[in-house]
Design a protein around this ligand. Structure first.
Ligand SMILES: C[S@@+](CC[C@H](N)C(=O)[O-])C[C@H]1O[C@@H](n2cnc3c(N)ncnc32)[C@H](O)[C@@H]1O
Ligand SMILES: Nc1nc2[nH]cc(C(=O)O)c2c(=O)[nH]1
Ligand code: SF4
Ligand SMILES: [Mg+2]
Length: 242
């Protein structure tokens, strides 16, 4: 079996973001990213600070850990990172999870395609706005979207853009207009990923949420957009593994 670089496995918790917010789920977080977003809330997956925690695991070993942690208290598994789309060998995990009756979700930024995207129940593509310091390759994103739509996966896919400022909001509009038939989510950015005071953080995040809702209600381009907070950040702050 192929080895997968895993940096953490946790849950059951709830999916805090996007298309299946609130869904009870386990998380498998892979190590490594082809991006380095300035505001990444999971920078430990790629900046070397947690490199001692990375384990090369087979799909069967990951399933064992999921069951040891979650018992029979889950039927949904979310794979995030880092960028899990860098890992070819994830097909074995996704096939194994499906065989065992689990639904799967994936979080990725849309910089790489893998054929196993077609097997994911809840696939979130989260292209990065200007504030991240990253530049979207729309040729790649167009190609991913085409493959997913041609593969009949339209209803299994969503777009989620994190917004920190008005320039990001304009970027989000462009993404939504470019793929008008794909369900579209806006998420306020957390610019204090090191804040340990949950009360302070909550207030700031709610203010950012209100600001983003105000922009959205004023924008005719966003008539079909959905605005959601990072629910896990409101509940548990910047804690890891929740
Ligand atoms: C940590 S990323 C991992 C998956 C993939 N690399 C990606 O970016 O989509 C998971 C989600 O968290 C979002 N995210 C990361 N840092 C954030 C922050 N500071 N505030 C709000 N959302 C953030 C990303 O945009 C992405 O949608
Ligand atoms: N509860 C919870 N929901 C999440 N949704 C996306 C997450 C991520 O880091 O990819 C995440 C996370 O880390 N925790
Ligand atoms: S793409 Fe995702 S994991 Fe990679 S740096 Fe950006 S937010 Fe972090
Ligand atoms: Mg997160």
């Amino acid at each position: 079996m192929k080895k997968i670089p895993v940096i953490e496995i946790f849950g059951p918790t709830i999916q805090g973001e996007g298309m299946v917010i609130g869904q009870k789920t386990m998380f498998v977080r892979t190590a490594g990213c082809d991006y380095s977003c300035s505001w990444c809330d999971s920078a430990f997956t790629w900046n070397g600070s947690a490199k001692d925690e990375i384990k090369q695991m087979t799909a069967a070993e990951i399933l064992d850990d999921l069951i040891e942690l979650g018992g029979d208290r889950f039927n949904h598994v979310t794979i995030s990172g880092g960028n899990p789309a860098l890992i070819r060998g994830l097909d074995e995990l996704i096939i194994l999870l499906r065989e065992q009756g689990f639904r799967t979700a994936l979080e990725t930024q849309g910089s790489r395609y893998q054929d196993w995207f077609l097997l994911i129940d809840d696939l979130t593509l989260s292209p990065k706005p200007p504030s991240s310091g990253m530049k979207t390759n729309f040729t790649v994103l167009d190609d991913i979207m085409k493959r997913l739509i041609d593969g009949g996966r339209k209803d299994n896919v969503s777009l989620k853009v994190v917004v920190f400022n008005e320039e990001d909001f304009d970027y989000a509009k462009n993404v939504h207009l470019r793929y008008p038939n794909i369900s579209f989510y806006l998420q306020p950015g957390n610019d204090q990923v090191n804040e340990q005071n949950d009360h302070l953080l909550r207030n700031q995040l709610l203010e950012k949420l209100e600001w983003l809702i105000e922009l959205t209600v004023l924008s005719k381009e966003m008539n079909d957009a959905r605005v959601l907070p990072q629910l896990h950040a409101l509940v548990w702050g910047n804690k890891r593994g929740v």
